[in-house]
Ligand binder design. Sequence first.
Ligand code: ZN
Length: 505
Amino acid sequence: MTTTNPLADLTDYLSESATLGEVGALVAWDQETHMPAAGAGARAEQLALLAGLNHERATSARLGDLIQACEEHSTLNSDADTMADLREARRDFERATKLPADLVTQLARMGSQGQQAWKAARANNDFATFQPFLEELLVLVRRKAECYGAADNGELYDPLLDEFEPGATAASIEAVFTPLRGRLASLIDEVAENGTAPDETPLQQHIPTDRQHEFGLFVLDAMGFDLGAGRLDTTTHPFCEGVAAGDTRLTTRYNADRFAEALYGTMHEGGHGIYEQGLPKAACHGLPVSQASSLGMHESQSRLWENLVGRSRAFWVWALPHAQRIFGGAFHGYCVDDLYRAINTARPSFIRVEADESTYNLHVMLRFEIERALIRGDLEVADLPCAWNQKVQEYLGLSVPDDAQGCLQDVHWSFGIFGYFPTYCLGNLYASQLMDAAESQLGDLAPAIEAGEFGGLKTWLNEHVHRHGRRLRAAEINERATGKSLSADPMIRHLEGKIRPIYGI
Ligand code: ZN
């Protein structure tokens, strides 16, 4: 292929692919929020067609030629941004074309069957019926990892992890997780042995969902989420969909007797949304800079707002009078410390998605260790429940009563997703390290948060995280922003510094 300006052609091509992706995102968002149930059949066709068109474009010979032409034309004069764009375009193309078509089809089919089998197995608390599906999926997932290939000194788990956290390896994750595990486990022991648990009644008041929605919008607006370029709707499973430039959709769910679920869910998705709004999607449409760096970095933005801002005492100094006003009477008998203590209850539990800030990461670590062992072949699927229960006992001090509350609780493995779990914990780690750096550069943030002024923090995140998109790897964004490589210390310091005083230790 000969083109006069391959870079312009590649940019146009990627921009058009991005537009097609945006249509798919909008259609998928609608399916979760407003579509009538009877539209499901047609919607599946629409989504399948769009996915097929996207895959065709992502693997086309024309795209391969354009990337190659750009690489050949790129000279020492090419700027760093262009080189990064080309590197990422090449990476996407390689990943999209490395898997043989029959493997892609088999993975999709087994993923769908696996998910059905998992649903039934979880409902019936019957791991044995799920086991053969997971065994078959594991064979396919290992084949997929072999197609992607691991580095010489790496392992098969690495290319799976790399899909969600580019550049990370099992060894690099292990190096951060291992010291973290011991310190978290001893904090949880301290709390269980010597701590006085907070009174949780402030969280158990009845607050009508329309009031909760109003409060959620009020908080999002204060955080700096641009509601003129986004929305907040209701779904069963909350998510954030960065549809396009100027169009970021958040969803949440309400429980009239548990306001904290929606509030923290909304702040979490709001953090994802602020990241999406901070990416240069209009100016650099379709280029890697317009996309998030990794799932771990994305999660860091949601966790930062949810936990480090939303569960701080300073946040409740600001939020309590507004909550009292909007919730109409609820909270009138409570003070800031009542709320602050209640929303920071730390208690080991069986279910990851219900875990509190201090026990959550242990749930993620045991999943990482187990899935890595499964991929390596060090653990047989048949022995999974036993391995799971042992780790829950060891890390959380709990005896798992049944597999539904144990190894059958998460959907990920049932459709062949391995290597995803560590990104949840990486998000927490990045969040704490970034928050520390923001505070060391901007000064103590508590007075601003107490005054409801979140703009300084948001602008700092825009500058140090969001604007880089995918041109920098998450580890590099973290290092440039904080001056240090990833460490568990900031998160541990944060948790110990918060939980010990709350529990009177
Ligand atoms: Zn999230």
